[in-house]
Design a protein around this ligand. Structure first.
Ligand code: DX5
Ligand code: ZN
Length: 214
């Protein structure tokens, strides 16, 4: 796992032209497409659901990295799995001690399972669960909106999480990632980066993606 995975978030893309946006990402070197699902309860914003993931699947040839910022994620995993997600990440704060159960539901569909933590959640809280997951998603902003400022303290959690790992687990950061904050993340051992605003406001997507690889 030497290469950094770049997962542009379509939250900042043109929703009227999603097929073109996906093609643009694929052609310019994105590794995954990050899909932000928000329910207006777990976070104060509403975005998209499984039918949109199903539509994206038809036009997308790279993995769909689905980030569920929703309450009761276990109720919706089937829909998102059957819609064609490759990775489903849920929030620890939404399920707490039910984490192993939720991971097992995701894995029953033969897809990767991720656990995400918000800025106020300490890495110790997920210590017992990290080796059950395929990916740990560290939020480096409060989840809910694109275009927020990166919180360096949050990226440091990767060091603790790595110390708990006994197997290869991807550590992904999400929120406020640009070419500068990407360097900070990589220094702490993060090997997958989500970026919305930085990529979609750039005039050259290829250069923006490459600049995150460093
Ligand atoms: C925020 C989402 C992010 C968001 C990142 O709640 O989980 O994936 O799209 O956006 P930027 O890169 O603009 O901070
Ligand atoms: Zn996200």
């Amino acid at each position: 796992m030497d290469n950094i995975i770049i997962a542009p978030s379509i939250l900042s893309s043109d929703f009227a032209n999603l097929e073109n946006e996906i093609k643009r990402l694929e052609l310019n070197g994105a590794d995954w497409v990050h899909v932000d699902v928000m329910d207006g309860h777990f976070v104060p914003n509403l975005t998209i659901g499984a039918p949109v993931v199903k539509a994206l699947r038809k036009v997308c040839n790279i993995p769909l990295d689905v980030h569920l910022m929703i309450d009761n994620p276990e109720k919706y995993i089937k829909d998102f799995a059957l819609a064609g997600s490759d990775i489903i990440t849920f929030h620890y704060e939404a399920v707490k001690e039910k984490t192993p159960e939720v991971i097992n539901i995701i894995k029953s569909y033969n897809i990767k399972a991720g656990i995400s933590i918000k800025p106020d959640t300490k890495p110790e809280e997920i210590k017992d669960y990290v080796n059950m997951a395929d990916l740990i998603l560290i939020m480096t902003v409060e989840p809910g909106f694109g275009g927020q400022k990166f919180m360096t303290e949050c990226s440091k959690k990767a060091v603790d999480i790595k110390s708990y790992l006994t197997k290869d687990v991807i550590i992904e950061a999400d929120g406020g990632i640009n070419s500068e904050t990407a360097k900070i993340c990589k220094n702490y051992g993060i090997n997958a980066l989500v970026a919305g605003n930085y990529i979609f406001t750039s005039t050259n997507i290829k250069e923006a993606i490459n600049s995150l690889r460093g």
